[in-house]
Design a protein around this ligand. Structure first.
Ligand code: SF4
Length: 414
């Protein structure tokens, strides 16, 4: 198998991993599309299917190579959009996680890159403008430590031999050692450990041979420990890499409260940048093949709730969990909070501080800043003034006062 065939084999499965900063929501019909915290589309996490992505033709790449490039549009933490190659170093795995298509013993064609082989191929793609960043993970062969060494060798060759200066997201393998975590942080812009489930008990239902605390949580703690003790200039571009994790939502029958409780703990204690939630869907020929798929809307509600916890000053107890500890699927959690808390105590837009403003449905971070700037010049008196500032005025209307007046009666204007 040549390097390109290997890439085709490996990258085709990477739709399972979500992309970087893209936020996802569910369009009518259940299609998952990304959106901002207030529901506007920012970018797409949908993979480019072979042939769908059409970069400018370059002489160095054949048509077949262009078809093979599984490049995904992704948004970086700094807001920049790039073409991101998501792939594995190897789809061979000795573990047997119940949900995973790569689990040991499952019958499909496996493929493996040597570190220099992948680095060389990616470098060529990068130089041709075909891909600007890479997300690299791997199945586990001969232990997490050995597999992590291969990922680190690949990253090292990319940075040092090929002088790659672009975005690199490295997955930290379960059971990696602290020195390996440090090395990954020196080479990557982002490192991640997939927790998959929110606790030891839940993980046992998904991945019987992964050890929640020792293999998964400990590397996340090390990342934070290293960030606190090593100066930033020791890292490849003078910055600390960010950290993310991913959960299989609904895979272990856990509740949203359990997922968000662990997410909040990680955000507060190890500065997790964000959690990804991947709604469980069954894979043929795995122990969970007959388990029902989870509604993709659950992903969307979990994202909304996690952004409320991370950016909007909400606490877990503010979220509208039902008696089964799940978020209602039909309601935006911020809207549900406002209905309980603001409908009888609306916020005066001309007096509120930023923390209060961002709790109003329809007002995001940028909207709150725009309100603060605009009201320095003049009072905001009606919904059209809010609309001019980019605020979803009809959503905000029931929960605000503008110059002492309620605005819900003006809804018909919009
Ligand atoms: S260790 Fe990773 S690749 Fe291997 S079976 Fe588990 S989830 Fe899949």
């Amino acid at each position: 198998m040549n390097a390109l065939d290997t890439l085709v084999e490996l990258s085709s499965q990477m739709t399972l991993e979500h992309a970087e900063e893209s936020r996802v929501s569910v369009a009518p019909g259940g299609r998952v599309v990304p959106s901002g915290s207030e529901g506007r589309i920012e970018t797409t996490t949908e993979p480019s299917k072979p042939g769908c992505y059409s970069p400018k033709a370059r002489p160095e790449f054949t048509e077949r190579e262009q078809r093979a490039a599984f490049v995904h549009p992704a948004q970086l933490p700094n807001g920049k959009s790039i073409k991101l190659l998501k792939t594995l170093l190897s789809s061979a795995c000795e573990r047997d996680c119940y949900y995973c298509p790569f689990r040991a013993g499952r019958d499909f064609r496996r493929a493996t890159f040597k570190p220099d082989e992948f680095a060389g191929l990616f470098s060529k793609m990068n130089q041709s403008g075909f891909a600007q960043g890479v997300f690299l993970s791997s199945g586990i062969a001969a232990g997490g430590v050995r597999t992590m060494d291969k990922l680190l060798d690949t990253a090292h060759i990319l940075r040092k031999t090929h002088s790659f200066k672009g975005y690199l997201h490295l997955k930290i393998m379960p059971g990696s050692e602290k020195d390996q975590v440090y090395r990954a942080m020196q080479l990557a812009d982002r490192v991640s450990v997939n927790l998959e489930a929110p606790s030891t008990e839940r993980l046992a239902k998904l991945a019987p041979h992964k050890i929640f605390i020792e293999e998964l949580m400990r590397p996340l703690r090390w990342v934070e420990e290293i960030r606190r003790t090593v100066p930033a200039h020791k890292f490849w571009n003078g910055k600390y890499p960010s950290t993310v994790t991913q959960f299989v939502a609904g895979g272990s029958d856990e509740s949203d409260l359990e997922l968000l409780n662990t997410t909040q703990w990680l955000m507060k204690n190890v500065r997790l940048k964000r959690a990804y939630f991947s709604a469980f869907h069954p894979i043929l020929d795995t122990p969970l093949e007959n388990k029902a798929a989870v509604n993709p809307m659950r992903e969307h509600r979990l994202y909304q709730a996690s952004f409320l916890l991370r950016d909007y000053g909400f606490e877990l107890e503010d979220l509208p969990f039902a008696s089964d500890e799940n978020l209602p699927l039909h309601t935006d959690p911020k809207l549900a909070w406002a209905q309980m808390n603001l409908i009888h105590a609306p916020i005066e837009v001309n007096l509120a501080d930023k923390q209060q403003l961002i709790k109003i449905p329809g007002v995001g971070m940028k909207g709150a800043d725009a309100i603060l700037s605009a009201r320095r010049l003049q009072k905001l008196r009606d919904l059209s003034a809010l609309k001019k500032l980019g605020i979803i005025a009809e959503r905000a209307a029931p929960y605000v006062l503008l110059d002492g007046k309620r605005m819900a009666s003006q809804l018909s204007m919009f």
